[in-house]
Design a protein around this ligand. Structure first.
Ligand code: FNR
Length: 395
């Protein structure tokens, strides 16, 4: 968005007008496909096969990924008319901070495999659209540089708690020092899921040094190495594999992580109402209802099916974030109407990154926000925070 654009309707109408006018006057069509399925197809055609499969793939037979999408078909939006939707307010407040839009860019590790600019490109694109960004522990650039690229855009840091507690402490302290607003602790990855596409290719980006910048820049991690990572990157990658996750974590450990910081802690990967209650009881100020985009457990429940029960379980005690299967504006409307405070977008913007770097991510953000803006308006709402189950009917 530039300053001279009409900021009262910066998303939907503006985007349509630009695309249609350009198409009709010049014959040019958007560089980055608007349709998320065509976007994924283009990424499959143009990206390195290993990188594409790493992003697109899931656990086992990928039944969870299919279930994530199917679950949206169980809900239909009931559009209302004659409600003055001339201007829309997409802003919302999450963990005490105003977000311009009810959308986060989900934490995505190893972005360097799809584009050399990695997280810095994605963070700059997020900042262009003021879309809050979650920086992964497995970022391709150190979290401090990602924070700088985000500027004033809201930013959360996603933590994989390491077996090395001092390393975990160091990552949390660095995130707090770098100005992040929250720590998102991912709970669904005590082990890496069984990912057949990556296994068949024998491909794990971290072993190639991609997605371990937060480790190689960390003083505690560096102390564990006999030689600096710059001199012996292979040994650094091997050491990362040793410390990456802690499969012994229990709820008391979440309390310990919360005790390390003044920032709010958000528990990611919650699919059962009892786990949501436990997370809140052990210090979480928010939960992310997510099955990691189907990358962890095959035949798992669809994340959307679990959302209403978890919203009920946490009540007003925690912010609720939803991800896993969000592709279009209507998906976000359904999740917000079912009680999510904000949704996270995952794979689509990673495809945008792979196809065109910062501009690609910005395009995906713009299209998603335009679609969301128009869908909210056409459903009969001018304020996203007013969406509730009365906007929906079971399909
Ligand atoms: C992820 N996800 C993820 N989650 C997390 O907590 N830390 C991480 O580092 C990553 N890395 C990552 C890499 C890639 C390539 C993908 C596709 C996903 C999971 C992510 O945050 C989110 O939960 C899913 O992407 C949501 O599913 P969809 O909507 O993208 O299908």
């Amino acid at each position: 968005m530039t300053d001279d654009e009409d900021v009262s309707t910066p998303y939907g109408r503006h985007r349509q007008t630009t695309v249609y006018t350009t198409g009709m006057l010049t014959g040019n069509v958007p560089d980055i496909p608007v349709d998320p399925d065509r976007l994924a197809d283009r990424a499959r055609e143009e990206l390195d096969g290993r990188a594409y499969d790493y992003v697109a793939g899931g656990a086992g037979g990928e039944s969870t990924m299919r279930a994530n999408r199917r679950a949206f078909d169980d809900w239909r939006i009931v559009p209302r008319v004659m409600r003055d939707t001339g201007t829309r307010d997409l802003s919302t407040t999450v963990l005490g901070r105003e977000f311009a839009v009810p959308v986060l860019l989900a934490p995505i590790g190893a972005q360097g495999i799809v584009h050399e600019d990695g997280d810095l490109a994605s963070a700059r694109a997020a900042a262009r659209w003021d879309v809050p960004y979650v920086c992964s522990t497995q970022a391709s650039e150190p979290l401090e540089e990602v924070s700088d690229a985000l500027g004033d855009t809201p930013k959360w840091f996603q933590l994989y708690a390491s077996e090395d507690r001092e390393l975990t402490r160091s990552l949390v302290e660095r995130a707090e020092d770098a100005g992040y607003d929250a720590i998102v602790v991912t709970l669904d990855t005590p082990h890496l899921g069984w990912r057949e596409r990556d296994l068949d290719r024998g491909f794990l980006p971290f072993l190639d040094g991609d997605g371990i910048a937060n480790y190689t820049s960390d003083p505690v991690f560096r102390d564990r190495l006999a030689q600096p990572p710059e001199e012996n990157p292979r040994a650094a990658a091997q050491e990362f594999v040793q410390v990456f996750s802690d499969a012994t974590l229990t709820w008391d450990d979440l309390e310990w992580i919360a005790s390390l910081t003044d920032l709010p802690v958000v528990a990611k990967g919650i699919l059962h109402p009892d786990d949501a209650r436990d997370a809140v009881a052990h210090g979480a100020a928010g939960v992310v209802v997510s099955n990691h985009g189907g990358r962890q457990v095959d035949n798992a429940v669809a994340a959307l099916d679990q959302l209403p029960g978890i919203v009920d379980a946490v009540g007003d005690d925690a912010a609720v974030v939803f991800d896993s299967g969000i592709r279009r504006g209507a998906d976000a409307v359904v999740a917000l109407a079912l009680g999510a405070d904000v949704v996270s977008l995952g794979r689509p913007w990673v495809y945008g990154l792979g196809l065109a770097g910062e501009d690609g991510v910005a395009s995906v953000c713009e299209n998603f926000l335009a679609d969301l803006d128009l869908t909210v308006a056409l459903a009969g709402y001018d304020d996203v925070t007013e969406l509730d189950e009365s906007a929906l009917q079971r399909g």
